[in-house]
Ligand binder design. Sequence first.
Ligand code: F6R
Length: 596
Amino acid sequence: MCGIVACRTSRPAVEYLRVALRRLEYRGYDSVGVALRTVTGDVARLRTTGRINALDQLVDQWAGTRLDGAGLGHTRWATHGAVTEANAHPHTDCTGRITLVHNGIVENADELRDELRAGGHRFATSVDSEVLCHLVEHARARCGDLFEAVELALSRVKGSWALAAMEAQAGRIVVAANGSPLLVAHAPHGDFAASDIGAIAEWVDEYRVLDDGDVVELAASGRWSRRGGVAGQRPAAIKCTWHACDADRAGYADFMAKEIDEQPEAVSRVLDQLGGGIATGELWAGLGLPPFTRLRVIGCGTSLNAGQVIGHAVRRLGGIPTAITVASEAAEEIPDASQLCLAISQSGETADVLHAMESTAVSGSPVVALTNNPHATLARRAHAVVECAAGTEIGVAATKTFVCQIVAGVALMISALVATNRLASATANRLVDDLRRLPDQLFAAATVAKCVVPPIVDQVGTATGFIFLSRGAGLPYAAEGALKLKELSYRWAEHYPAGELKHGPLALISTGTPVVVIDNGDPKLALNMAEVRARGGHVVSIGPAGCDVPLADIRQQPWGPLESAVPLQIFARNLALALGRDVDKPRNLAKSVTVE
Ligand code: F6R
């Protein structure tokens, strides 16, 4: 999704913005732009629908007045308005004095635009963010101060925002947030704001995350207001733990390959962090949540698939009824007074998940957030947080966060079951031992898959559609395999419970149709594979010895065949590469989905 960076620095701002925009690239974008203050207090506004290299060229070709140390940068993922240079941020007001970058949605943009037009403002685009710029201009003309102008302007806006507004003549920058992530940091290099710590991490040691309704002057001792009043207490400073090597491919061809290989280490890290408290029940007890008799899991995409795995484990281990809810459909659900809600999101900023928390299905229930970003909006709004601790994931397609969500979520639920006397400590200890075996199993699965998957891809690579099948605890992995394949290769891929095949999808099978079967040991799968083969389908089985992708030591665990995630990731990646796709940045997709 869109990314924001703003800075006031002693050296030319463009030097920082160029680096920061590259760091934001992984979020997904279709245009990029900067507004750079010049030493004479004017603005150089450079935008392109190309990649960041194209912006670099525009900067290099800049032949105007020397550039100064204040600027804004933005990567745009189009929602309102086509992907054009005119629609790219930063936007500007009628005078060219105020430039602005924005993430989020202005819900009353049409109404505000009409009003501003009637007052004489001229609009260059139909983008909702431009309305904010003119609104700030209008307020600035009335009150004479940028900070107050931003506060006044935002008091008229319905919707969500993370924004930075720059007044070029004075070189002032004011930032604000509401329902969209934004953080600020002050360092010897200068003052920074960004939607993602990774953008500015190499210059700062600590940062503060804006709360909803905050407006902040970007200066070391700048004003900080909340919902129009003085912010009583600024948000606590958070130590920056992001490492530059996170954004380095470390010799790998792409981040996805690197992140697949990082999975064993990431799982070990999760277990080291949570390990001691799992079988004792202390992990759960430490969260201070009330007991529950039902579980509702909420998430989207890959996180939802991880939620399915966790839900399966809870049903099997604790006999607890569990509902898995697609976050964007949560409003359709009926609330349950005795439920615990487990909200899963690697980014912790997914708008569908944040809005689901306000739905009747969730509001009023205790919520525990399972996220890779313990400072994200989801974490701040939940009653308790468990970090999935996968480390920075740059590839847009989730890999290591999926595996870590499962391990952390299952660990949390084992702990909850022990703490509420639904699971014996001895059983929990045995399960923890089994979890501890996962890093080796994931490593072995990667070794096998790298060897056997490429020839399989050669055989099925020209197929236009793929089916993924499994049963029971294997089913979420079939779902994840199909999701990975479609998002990376842009080929059709659907998953079904294998028993459903004969109720319709079997009509899709003809000679050579690839059918990937995650064989979790359910004896009925053999019959389903025979049904496919009888119609000429090409079965690719992933499972115990004898399968096309043999996974040693695969056992029936409450969390299903987690090792199968690795060959499924490698299958999707190899197919996508064979088709010439960019596996780190699939088309139309974003890493952090901040719109509904
Ligand atoms: C798939 C993928 C997406 C995300 C989904 C939810 O590889 O990455 O399906 O899982 O957009 O994102 P988070 O987990 O950030 O809420």
